[in-house]
Design a protein around this ligand. Structure first.
Ligand code: TMP
Length: 230
């Protein structure tokens, strides 16, 4: 894969979506994307902004099922795990791999670490089984850089509640569930320091973005030495 996959992770309310939007605006306004465009003639846009679940057409249905189920029937933890994996398999094959193969850059809201943190640490499902399932769903694709936007669970859930009064199925899980998820992200940082960077997301949106900008500039310069630096 000649492109690069950058992932934003973390518990609810860490500001992933806003930071992705800001990064996109910055990369575009700086003219850096225009330079990248010259090297990716096969792509209509060299930057792909996407998310899991919900990056594909099938994924949008799965997201709906996962976050706002139409029935009262409780989604079983293993069924939940497999729906996230199905969303990922579709997303990787139809969106991520083609874009990366053509040399594009991807900013993705959540990826494999969310499954380890939420279904593994949060729901308590077997971690090595989840790793195998992630491997099947991704065909071995891993992120080149993951920003873990680390915010204290109670602050993050408070922000999510302010944003939309009706919390979705995952957001309305218990505080202790979200604390286990948080613990999962901490464990992942220790296991994969080569690709995961922790950002203190309790800081203001602007300060968080400045830290992301610094790290992104460094990485993009390493990855694309032929382009002018940001
Ligand atoms: P978000 O995209 O708005 O953050 O919502 C997605 C929700 O789905 C969030 O609560 C995290 C959860 N999730 C999992 O539990 N497992 C996964 O593998 C992924 C990608 C997301």
């Amino acid at each position: 894969m000649s492109g690069k996959l950058i992932v934003f992770e973390g518990v609810e309310g860490g500001g992933k979506t806003s930071q992705i939007r800001r990064s996109q605006a910055w990369l575009s306004a700086s003219g850096w994307l225009d330079q990248l465009r010259q090297t990716t003639p096969a792509l209509p846009d060299p930057l792909l902004i996407t998310r899991e679940p919900g990056g594909t057409e099938l994924g949008k249905y799965l997201r709906q099922l996962l976050l706002s189920p139409a029935t009262q029937e409780t989604l079983h933890d293993r069924a939940e795990l497999m729906l996230y994996a199905a969303d990922r398999a579709q997303h990787v094959e139809y969106l991520l791999k083609p874009h990366l193969a053509a040399g594009g850059l991807v900013l993705c809201d959540r990826f494999t670490d969310s499954t380890i943190a939420y279904q593994g640490y949060g729901r308590g499902l077997n971690l090595s089984l989840i790793q195998q399932l992630n491997q099947i769903a991704t065909g071995g694709l891993t992120s080149d850089l993951t920003f873990w936007l680390d915010v204290e669970v109670s602050i993050g859930l408070g922000r999510a509640q302010q944003r939309n009064k009706d919390l979705d199925r995952m957001e309305s899980a218990t505080l202790s569930f979200h604390q286990r998820v948080q613990h999962g992200f901490q464990a992942l940082l220790h296991q994969h320091p080569e690709r995961i960077v922790r950002i203190d997301a309790s800081q203001s949106e602007q300060v968080v973005f400045e830290q992301i900008q610094t790290l992104l500039s460094q990485r993009l310069q390493q990855w694309y030495p032929q382009l002018l630096p940001l």
